[in-house]
Design a protein around this ligand. Sequence first.
Ligand code: ATP
Ligand code: MG
Length: 393
Amino acid sequence: MQPDHILIHYGEISLKGKNRNYFEAQLIKNIKSQLNAFAPSSFEFVKKISGAILVKLNKNGLANIEEVEQAILHTFGIVNYSFATSLEQDLEKIKAFCWDLIKDKEFQTFRVTCQRSKKEFPLHSGEIEREIGGHLFEKFAGQKAVNLKNPDCECFVAIINDYALVSLDKKKGLGGLPVGTGGRALVLMSGGFDSPVAAFSVLRRGVTTRFVHFHSMPYTSKASLEKVTDLIKVLKKYQSSGILYSVPFADAQKEIMLSCPESLRIILYRRLMLKVAQEIASRERALALVTGDSIGQVASQTLENIFAVSQACDMPIFRPLIGTDKEEIMNIAKAIGTYDLSKLPHDDCCTRLMPKKPETRAKLLNVLEAEKALDIPKMIKEILGKVEKLKIQ
Ligand code: ATP
Ligand code: MG
């Protein structure tokens, strides 16, 4: 018998007290939309049962089980999941099925865990566990031991309204919180390794993300924008939307280059980026900006420079990778599917017109002084007039 259900468990959400219903409802909504995206028309229902969410697959879902699993693996808020088979509510049949399922598996210790949401079932969950566990123990004839606290293998039995569900092998989900429960943020995406990983970090905490990319076309090629678009396609697998603001930045860069000290160029670009990003964030009703900065990674990311850049805007700036080493960032990039894209060469707008000796310890006063040579409000207005909003499919 093939598994025809998925039992989904969530951890942190169950700690959310009065908001619990809201988190569960969002998770159910997200599971449905993820299933529709990865494996269209694959389920009969997604609903809450006691302490878990249950997905019933249809024929299509059974035929596309790998895609179904990918949908689950890309949904934040799922702590673990297991494929489960539905059976009649007949204890002997359940016992026989559990034995079939477990007999050839490699492990030392096991337990049976039961959850009974149908209170009319003649045995309560502890009794069911003992009945089935005892049966398996006998069949194993001393080859396997029971360990209730920390078993290698757990056989899970749920007695719900009309049937029983049996599953083995809980698998780990992404964890985190359902996207959509944590408000909205705007991610500054540059096409390197860091910003997609930074986006992933806030998505993981339930934050819906919008994206902004600054480019220097026609001085740089279209490739950087295409690269960012491709990265957003990957990140879109973790949330349903993929909205990118593409911002032409070449004219502003030229103005900064002509009017300001060379060593402060990058800092001034960054400050202007944040100011523009802040305006776009307001349009999107986003409450924070997100960047891929990590202390000391490059010249523009010394604490002094981060300080001078941060003063450019009032909105909170989240830097989820601030204390993360490059190697760890690369490993996350591999795990989430952005590594191979980020690895491709691209010309970032900031490496164009790169100063020979960029300032690594900028003083805010000097930066503000240099900025006086620019008509910042006018520049922001001009840039915003040329912004393109793209919907990545
Ligand atoms: P990444 O790997 O994300 O490219 P990086 O190590 O190259 O980062 P920087 O180029 O110093 O670091 O950029 C720091 C952060 O500033 C980026 O993570 C990103 O959030 C933002 N940023 C830089 N360039 C751009 C750009 N052209 N458009 C949007 N955001 C940018
Ligand atoms: Mg970069």
